[in-house]
Design a protein around this ligand. Structure first.
Ligand code: PRP
Ligand code: MN
Ligand code: MG
Length: 182
């Protein structure tokens, strides 16, 4: 098993469970956007895995674009201040935008991003996230497509990182405490 040299504690969502859930979400999205324009907007870097799998699961000629944002400066405290590091290449006026994320934690990144994108005059803005954590319930954020609601643990894999590592795990798991306790 891929345990990243003993850095993992347990698997929370297996590769098979992710694949099955992505297939369900893709079918929902296909149905909801049938006959409509669709632009997927992935938030770098975490969303890379879910974007790649979701897009290939769609039976829909969607487009893909990317944004990179820095949340809350260098600290880990959530001030809600977000900076655009890489903006969209696409003009989203009158487009149907579906934001694709790996995880919603505090919800601050997406709250800000939804507001920012809505100010550009799109036809619609919706959210698809692989994981939602419980803190996200404290912000007013409508999330249309959710892979898994997971508890507030230190999770990595399938795009989610700890200090930029473990994104390449094909499943979602918890990190062994020795890794983040030093
Ligand atoms: C993570 C994650 C989300 C965001 C969620 O990204 O991928 O984009 O944080 O956190 P929030 O709900 O508390 O705002 P991060 O800023 O770590 O960048 P990354 O995607 O490159 O890992
Ligand atoms: Mn991210
Ligand atoms: Mg990160």
């Amino acid at each position: 098993a891929k345990d990243m040299g003993g850095d993992l504690e347990k698997v929370l969502v297996t590769e098979e469970e992710i694949t099955a859930r992505i297939r369900e979400l893709a079918a929902e999205i296909d149905a909801d956007y049938a006959g409509k324009d669709l632009l997927l907007v992935g938030v770098l870097k975490g969303a890379v895995m879910v974007m790649a799998d979701l897009a290939r699961g769609l039976g829909h000629a969607c487009e893909m674009d990317w944004m990179a944002v820095s949340s809350y400066g260098a600290g880990t405290t959530s001030s809600g201040v977000v900076r655009i590091l890489k903006d969209l290449d696409t003009d989203i006026k009158d487009r149907n935008v579906l934001i694709v994320e790996d995880v919603i934690d505090s919800g601050l990144t997406l709250s800000w991003l939804v507001g920012n994108l809505k100010s550009r005059g799109p036809a619609s803005v919706e959210i698809c996230t692989m994981v939602r954590k419980p803190l996200a319930f404290s912000v007013d954020l409508k999330v249309k497509y959710i892979g898994f609601d997971l508890p507030n643990e230190f999770i990595v894999g399938y795009g989610l990182d700890y200090a930029e590592k473990y994104r390449n795990l094909p499943f979602i798991g918890t990190l062994a405490p020795h890794v983040y306790q030093g």
